[in-house]
Write a protein that binds this ligand. Structure first.
Ligand code: NAD
Length: 504
């Protein structure tokens, strides 16, 4: 039997838990179903996977109240115990990693070769933040001439976590694990297009010993359930991953209740290839960072800027490789590009073919919709646009599909100008063997994360986040705790300093 058939058989077993049922919310350790119902469909063949409860403002209110009431006990639980529970969550994720990967591939269309790693990365996120749970409240001592200042941190309270549909499992763990390690309680609103693994995740967490109400989950659409969460007075902060325009809406919605916000938003990330770069490694990295995960990746290298002297050779090599990318069933381990998440998204991605033509770019590889399966589905072939200029829409807008835009530059100054000419500033990739130039260029690049002679290799203690329209705030390491916690300063007089006397 082929590996695809093996995976399909295993998937059938895992899907039984969803079939013929309504996927409920999870509030205070109980399943809750709303009056309104939506559906989850697989991008592979457009089949209905299951019905899903569509959360209302009153569902969100119940979840926020549960998180509010669970907060004091979770906050006051010794860090060592929180650490133990979060490690148990990580263990349970590892134990169900195959199931999570298969279900996520089916729900999102992401190829299994990437989803297997994403499930395990979810466990790593829990372990990394679990290990810090004991020390999160630690502060500094800052002595002044007359006072000893002590800083300490306390968890901010119940928080809302709103996640998107690309790699939903991993991204949920990335936001929720530090919140729980900090001592916050959580209401999670997963993306409506990919709700399944959020359910697996909360089930795993409760099974691992997380007390009732510490983590609640409400399904639903952004404009209703998401909006209600951002407006709820008991929710102290919103950690959001999604589109820049949604970030703006959340800021407006949360303004009345003065929400603290953390935004991880869109990107139009440049990979800049100088003529002294390791050509083959730069080529591999440029292709991997846009065509893996269907290009539905915030840190994808969706613009490649190539120095004029190697432009033709690099573009020819790109063209050859892009034509050979394997579009297919996401559960086939050989597949490199699976179907896109939703017909609306497929329409958006392919609409740029006309845009590129109108703007005068060359379509070196034309990625039309279709292929990949006989069973329908939202498949698209990869696209490569070349000879683009920086003002074209294909060089400015986040397409969020397997689509690369190639541009030429003559020198470092021009490369920097093109790289910085977009509204976004999430990541940048620089390929050169000149270390001085690498440092100088990285310094000038307006982005939150820069990789030199490397594709996106994450190290969890490092900061993750973007500048400009790509976000507000940083995750990773201690930066996550800055968001989920309040810092308090306690100043204790160390002697009898002079206090001015009034009204004497
Ligand atoms: P989206 O903004 O449409 O939706 C994200 C989430 O927000 C969903 O759960 C949705 O229901 C919810 N939402 C929508 N409107 C809302 C509202 N008014 N109030 C509250 N919640 C609302 O994003 P998407 O299409 O699901 O995801 C793709 C986007 O996410 C891309 O722009 C991508 O770059 C970005 N992303 C960024 C990062 C990062 O770390 N910077 C990571 C992954 C994805």
């Amino acid at each position: 039997m082929s590996q695809l058939q093996d995976n399909l058989n295993a998937l059938q077993g895992h899907l039984k838990q969803f079939e013929g049922k309504v996927l409920p919310h999870r509030i205070n350790g109980e399943d809750v179903i709303s009056d309104k119902i939506m559906q989850s469909r697989s991008p592979v063949d457009d089949s209905v996977i299951c019905d899903v409860a569509e959360g209302s403002a009153s569902d969100v209110d119940a979840a926020a109240r549960a998180a509010y009431h669970a907060f004091p006990a979770w906050r006051d639980m010794p860090g060592k115990e929180r650490k133990k529970i979060l490690h148990a969550v990580a263990d349970a994720i590892v134990a169900r990693a195959d199931e999570i990967a298969l279900v996520e591939s089916w729900d999102t269309g992401q190829a299994i070769r990437f989803m297997s790693k994403a499930a395990l990365r979810g466990a790593e996120n829990f372990r990394f933040f679990a290990d810090q749970a004991e020390g999160v409240r630690d502060g500094q001592t800052l002595p002044s001439p007359n006072h000893m200042n002590l800083t300490t941190r306390t968890p901010i309270g119940p928080v809302g976590v709103i996640t998107p549909w690309n790699t939903p499992f991993m991204l949920s763990t990335w936001k929720i694990a530090p919140a729980l390690a900090a001592g916050c309680t959580v209401v999670h609103k997963p993306a409506e297009w990919s709700p399944l693994t959020a359910r697996l995740l909360i089930e795993i967490a409760e099974g691992a010993g997380l007390p009732k109400g510490v983590w609640n989950m409400v399904n639903g659409v952004g404009e209703e359930a998401g909006k209600a969460l951002t407006e709820h007075p008991m929710i102290k902060a919103i950690a959001f991953v999604g589109e820049s325009a949604t970030g703006s809406a959340i800021m407006r919605q949360g303004s009345e209740t003065l929400k603290r916000v953390h935004f991880e938003l869109g990107g139009k990330n440049p990979v800049v290839v100088f003529d002294d770069a390791d050509f083959d490694r730069a080529l591999d990295a440029a292709i991997f960072m846009i065509y893996s995960l269907n290009g539905e990746r915030c840190t994808s290298s969706s613009r490649v800027l190539i120095q004029a002297s190697i432009y033709d050779k690099f573009v020819a090599a790109l063209e050859e490789r892009v034509k050979k990318l394997k579009v297919g069933h996401p559960l086939d381990p050989a597949t490199e590009i699976g179907p896109l998440i939703h017909p609306r998204h497929l329409q958006k991605v392919t609409s740029y073919l006309e845009v590129a033509e109108q703007d005068g770019a060359r379509i070196a590889v034309r990625g039309e919709a279709g292929g990949g399966s006989d069973a329908g589905g939202y498949f698209v072939q990869p696209t490569l646009y070349t000879d683009a200029t920086k003002d074209m829409r294909i060089a400015q807008e986040e397409i969020f599909g397997p689509v690369l835009t190639a541009m030429k530059f003559s020198d470092e100054a021009e490369a920097l100008e093109i790289a910085n000419s977009v509204a976004y500033g999430l990541a940048g990739y620089v390929w050169t063997s000149d270390v001085t130039r690498a440092l100088r260029f990285s310094d000038g690049l307006d982005a939150g994360m820069i990789w030199v002679n490397s594709e996106n290799v994450r190290h969890l203690p490092t900061p993750f986040g973007g500048t400009k329209a790509s976000g507000i705030g940083r995750d990773g390491g201690d930066w996550s705790f800055d968001f989920y916690m309040e810092t308090k300063n306690i100043a204790i007089a160390t002697g009898e300093h002079k206090i001015s006397k009034l009204g004497v």
